[in-house]
Design a protein around this ligand. Structure first.
Ligand code: TRP
Length: 344
C-alpha cells in the first residue's frame, strides 16, 4: 500500500442527548489520539438524516456534539472538527462507492437489519447505503486509522472491501495516475484498550441509550452535579457486597457496569478498582463513583454550556474545520475523478 502518513478519521452522529456512554465509548477516546496522529473529527449530520430528524433539533445537536468534542479536550486548531454536510466530497465519493459496493455486501450489515426492523420496505434508501457514505467519510481523506467500537467494526470492514475493490476495478487508471500500490488505503481499526460498554443504570444488560424512556437510565452530558448524584444513588444494584476479583462480577450485570464506569472514569484497570473496593457495600462505592463522575464530568458539562451559549463561535469552528477538510479532500477527489474517467 502507498505509504500514506497516519491520519485518523472518526464520526459521531448528532442524534441528540449525548450521554456517558458516548463520552466513555467515543469522545474521550479521541483525545489521546491527538498526540500521535493528525486527526479529523466529524459530526456526521448526513448519517443522522438516514432516520428522521427534526431540523431544529438536528442543528442544535450538531452544535452540541461539536461543543462536547471541544469541552472534552479536542483541539480544533491543531486538528480538524467540522460537520460532514459542509464538505461535498463526502456525498460525491459516496456515490462512486455506491457503484463499487455490491448489494450482497450491504445485505449483510447487521446495523441496517436492526435499525430497519420488521418494516424494511419503509426504511430510507439512505439507511441502506449508510455504510458506503461511512467509507466515503474515511477515504475522502485517505485516512489510515479509525477508532471504532464493537458496533461499527462491520462497517469498517466494508470500507476496506470497498477500498480494495476500487483499487482492483480501477487498477489500470490508478497505475496511469502514477500510484503503484493502489489508491485507497485499507484503513485499520484502532481499538484502545478494553472497550467500555456503558450499560443502562436501570438494567445492566441493556446498553445506555438516548432512547430509553427512563432518564434515570443514563447520565447525560448536560446533567448537573445533583442530577448525576441522584441517578447514581438510584442506580440498580444487587444485594451482595462488591467482589475483590473480576471473576466475581460475572452474572452481576449492574455491579459490573458500575465498576466498569468507575474504572473508565479514573483510567484504572477493573482489577485495581476491585482491590480497592472489594468487600465494600454499594452505598460506599456509589458515593466514590459520584465523586469521580462529578469531578470528571462537571468541567466538561460546564464548558459545553459555555460553548453552547455562543452559537456563532461554534459555527465558526465548524466552518473553519470544513474549509481545512475541503483542502485535504479536494485533491484526493480530483484524482478519483480521473481514475474513474469523469471528464473535466
Ligand atoms: N457510523 C458511526 C456511528 O454511528 C458514525 C460514523 C460515520 C463514523 N462515519 C464514520 C465513525 C467514519 C467512524 C468513521 O457511530
Amino acid at each position: 500500500m502507498n505509504s500514506l502518513r497516519p491520519r485518523v478519521f472518526s464520526g459521531v452522529q448528532p442524534t441528540g442527548n449525548l450521554h456517558l456512554g458516548n463520552y466513555l465509548g467515543a469522545v474521550s477516546r479521541f483525545v489521546p489520539l491527538q498526540e500521535s496522529f493528525e486527526c479529523i473529527f466529524c459530526v456526521v449530520d448526513m448519517h443522522a438524516i438516514t432516520v428522521w430528524q427534526d431540523p431544529h433539533e438536528l442543528a442544535h445537536n450538531t452544535r452540541e456534539v461539536t461543543a462536547a468534542f471541544i469541552a472534552a479536550g479536542i483541539d480544533a486548531k491543531r486538528h480538524i472538527v467540522f460537520n460532514q454536510s459542509q464538505v461535498s466530497a463526502h456525498a460525491e465519493l459516496a456515490w462512486v462507492f455506491n457503484c463499487v459496493a455490491r448489494l450482497g455486501w450491504l445485505n449483510r450489515m447487521t446495523q441496517f437489519k436492526e435499525k430497519a426492523g420488521k418494516d424494511r420496505e419503509n426504511a430510507s434508501v439512505g439507511l441502506y447505503a449508510y455504510p458506503s457514505l461511512m467509507a466515503a467519510d474515511i477515504l475522502a481523506y485517505r485516512a489510515t486509522h479509525v477508532p471504532v467500537g464493537e458496533d461499527q467494526k462491520q462497517h469498517l470492514e466494508l470500507a476496506r472491501d470497498i477500498a480494495q475493490k476500487f483499487n482492483n476495478d480501477f487498477a489500470e487508471t490508478i497505475a496511469e495516475a502514477g500510484y503503484n500500490d493502489g489508491f485507497f488505503p485499507l484503513t485499520e481499526p484502532l481499538i484502545a484498550g478494553p472497550a467500555t460498554r456503558v450499560m443502562s443504570l436501570r438494567d445492566g444488560t441493556k446498553k445506555m441509550s438516548k432512547s430509553d424512556p427512563s432518564d434515570l437510565s443514563r447520565i447525560n452530558l448536560t446533567d448537573d452535579a445533583d442530577t448525576i448524584a441522584k441517578k447514581i444513588r438510584k442506580a440498580k444494584t444487587d444485594p451482595e457486597p462488591l467482589p475483590s476479583e473480576a471473576k466475581g462480577l460475572e452474572s452481576r450485570p449492574e455491579a459490573s457496569n458500575l465498576v466498569g464506569i468507575y474504572a473508565a472514569l479514573t483510567d484504572k484497570p477493573i482489577a485495581d478498582v476491585l482491590t480497592e473496593f472489594g468487600g465494600a457495600q454499594f452505598s460506599g462505592f456509589k458515593q466514590a463513583l459520584i465523586d469521580v463522575a462529578v469531578e470528571k464530568l462537571s468541567p466538561i458539562t460546564g464548558e459545553m454550556k459555555r460553548l453552547m451559549d455562543d452559537q456563532s463561535h461554534i459555527d465558526t469552528i465548524l466552518a473553519e474545520g470544513a474549509q481545512r477538510a475541503r483542502q485535504i479532500a479536494a485533491p484526493i477527489f480530483a484524482e478519483v475523478r480521473k481514475i474513474v474517467g469523469f471528464v473535466g
